[in-house]
Design a protein around this ligand. Sequence first.
Ligand code: PMP
Length: 561
Amino acid sequence: MPTKLSESLRQHFPFFSSTQSEQCVYLDNAATSQKLQRVIDVTQQYYQERSVNVHRSSHQLAACVTEQFEQSRKTIQRFIGAKSHKEIVWTKGATESINLVASGLAKSYIKPGDSILVSALEHHANIVPWQQIAQTHNLQLKVMPVDSLGVLKLQASLELIDENTALVAIGHVSNALGNINPIADIINKAKQLGALTLIDGTQAVSHLAVNVQQLNCDFYVFSGHKMFGPTGIGVLYGKYHLLEQLPAYQLGGEMIKKVSFTDTTFQPPPLKFEAGTPNIAGVLGLSVACEFIQQHRDTFLQLEDHLYQQLLATLAEIPQVKLWGDKINSICIQSFTVEGVSHYDLAVLLDKRNIAVRAGHHCAMPLMHELSIDGTIRVSLAAYNSSQDIITFGAALKECIGFLSDSNVNSAEQAIATLATNAQLNQPMPIAESIQKAKSWDQTYRQLMLAGKSLIRLDPQYKTEGSAVHGCESQVWLRCRLEHGKLVLEGDSPSKIVRGLLAVIFETLSGKTTNQILEFNLAEYLVDLNLGKHLSESRGNGLSAVVNKIVAYCQLHNSEQ
Ligand code: PMP
């Protein structure tokens, strides 16, 4: 029964029938979801057949699209149970919604000595705006704690809410761990003490039915792209009287009533917050996505629960796997680590098997710090995932863990030995050559892992913020120095693959002068070795950050010479 349901649901998502993506097992839905055919149709129709502006021109087409645009507000109102469609503000996404509230409250409501409360589970989008205004307005930023698995400690959190709390900002669902937070209790306590509440519903709205009036929160935010809708569109819900008090966020056309060179009057909410031409196609697409979710809510819940239980059972079969977060009060997201295996290495190898998961801190660095880990693998499901997706994932995960476990490096040694024999009897082969000779991606990774073993590893005392290379989902440290005018490189990483990549770079750059290095095209060299993938600017790939750090060091010391 669930298989049939998920098959019929998949038909609404063209991703699953495109030849390029049909091989992909997509388990990264918390980063962004696949898009509904209807969403694509309505946005395409807007661009193809009715590309006009809203709220400006009075011709028929503009009036028709403006009507559709405003009807969409009513769809969102119904979707989250708001009292009025005037409480629905269009934004670029959850991030902009939170920034809008934070900057408005900073100008109008918050006073020195107040505190703002966030939870340890928050996405950076629900930390940084508050931290910034706390710093500039002399406020205290307090953090609701989590237990050793990352579950919110409710009692301790409630105790932090007091008369000085100006606002409590908390995610409805944690994007990193999938926990459903006890927001009703938190909102209740905040109300009793007169604090405002902002709920980040970005990971919640496509999985849980939300009613903002029942919740009695003051603000609720989410993004369209995580709920089968377009990117670049999101929602800020705010109680109308609060939106009225909140100052405008951006100034310009659309949000004004009357402008002269001496004065301007603004529109009432929500238009007061919608300066400039909005993302019209995005609004129309998001509205269709909400209707779809609302229509299929029960089916979604049934499918997601079935898949999540299957995922938990699959992960439970692997003894080295440690699960993080709450497995009962959870949506279908599961984060885990594997003892002795770097999450980065696992994600790279899963990707090679066409399995898309997310690895790293999931934009929740403070949470990872609280849990004393440098990241997790996160599997985030959606109702359109199939049981087969989880079976394929489970088998691949076991294979990858086997590949990365130490005993398999011995087979990597054998592989390199064979290659070496083919090349030059009993001569250790340079790393670059061994990688060039690898005949498949798994041979390449075996060689890399073996190369990593020869890396001169950085003494732990040098693993500091100064030597940390940021930009990779794995931790990386790099130390450059000059000895008699020649570059000496040392580095380390918990990732075997990254250690291998460092060894490749060190092999070719160590012992060269800064001038030689600046003349050497390292990026081209790595592309020649088929390692270009690791140079991309994506957050998951840190090699370009390593390369940039070496080049910057050489530039600095070259000019000093
Ligand atoms: N909050 C949460 C819980 C999220 O998961 C995300 C996106 N990962 C955001 C906020 C930010 O959303 P956006 O990038 O769409 O603005």
